[in-house]
Design a protein around this ligand. Structure first.
Ligand code: IPE
Ligand code: IPE
Ligand code: MG
Length: 236
């Protein structure tokens, strides 16, 4: 039986249900996004406590640009505020920040903030927080294919050299182990263009609660569920 660690090395979360959480309370959707920031704080603490090495959070998808402009700009403002407030915590918690996605589509101010925090936390070793922002897995895969095709045309690589490992090294997650555990909140049973390549063998846990209701205990429960699973990777 393949070996695997008790605690997932890498947890990826599709943080869904902020809007419905707000609607249930008769509040504007933005209040749901705001409340979701507290869940992020709790989940980060829980992951550090457990010794999780990588936590990837799906914060904004490439398809989320299709939402009304007012919601998009509110989300960007919230993201700026979150990053600004988080910078100190990341130092205190010894957490490294990485961002994946089409970052050039983000407002220049947000991009600059991300770059600054990434540089400042580059040496931190307790955990890596990967924020998926303006992220779309198909775009990521197509970009990897395009760079490999250019390299092949330029004679830098031969098509026969392209294998899983080489391909993965061209994704934005290069150097990051694949997620062991994928959590999605709000009960939706879909992937929504998130880490399609990387979740090939991830264990999936769907939680009914909306993201703003997701607490440390829910993360611990998801990890307990993960530990009950038998990962086989196609073998016996
Ligand atoms: C998740 O909550 C946050 C983002 C996608 C930015 P939603 O905004 O998708 O909330 P629901 O799914 O409409 O309730
Ligand atoms: C997925 O949630 C994206 C994020 C959580 C950032 P969505 O709410 O955008 O996904 P769909 O539309 O329900 O598939
Ligand atoms: Mg949603």
């Amino acid at each position: 039986m393949p070996d695997y660690p008790e605690i997932p090395r890498h947890i990826a979360i599709i943080m869904d249900g902020n809007g419905r959480w707000a609607k249930e309370r008769g509040l504007p959707r933005l209040q749901g996004h705001r409340a979701g920031a507290e869940s992020v704080r709790e989940v980060m603490e829980a992951c550090i406590e457990l010794g999780v090495e990588y936590l990837t959070l799906y914060a904004f998808s490439s398809e989320n640009w299709n939402r009304p402009a007012t919601e998009v700009s509110a989300l960007m403002n919230l993201l700026d505020r979150f990053l600004d407030e988080k910078a100190k915590d990341l130092d205190r918690q010894n957490v490294r920040l990485l961002a994946i996605g089409q970052l050039d589509r983000l407002p220049a101010k947000t991009r600059a903030l991300i770059e600054r925090i990434q540089a400042r936390t580059a040496g931190h070793t307790a955990m890596t927080l990967v924020l998926a922002l303006s992220y779309g897995s198909r775009e990521e895969i197509v970009t990897a294919a395009r760079t490999l095709a250019s390299d092949a045309v330029a004679g830098k690589i031969s098509p026969s050299q392209i294998d899983n490992e080489v391909f993965a090294s061209r994704l934005q997650t290069a150097g990051i182990p694949d997620p062991d555990l994928l959590v999605r909140t709000s009960g939706e049973m879909r992937i929504s263009n998130f880490l399609l390549w990387q979740i090939s063998y991830a264990e999936i846990v769907i939680v009914k609660k909306f993201w703003p209701d997701f607490r440390q205990g829910d993360l611990f429960e998801a990890v307990t569920e993960y530990k009950r699973r038998h990962r086989r990777f196609g073998a016996l």
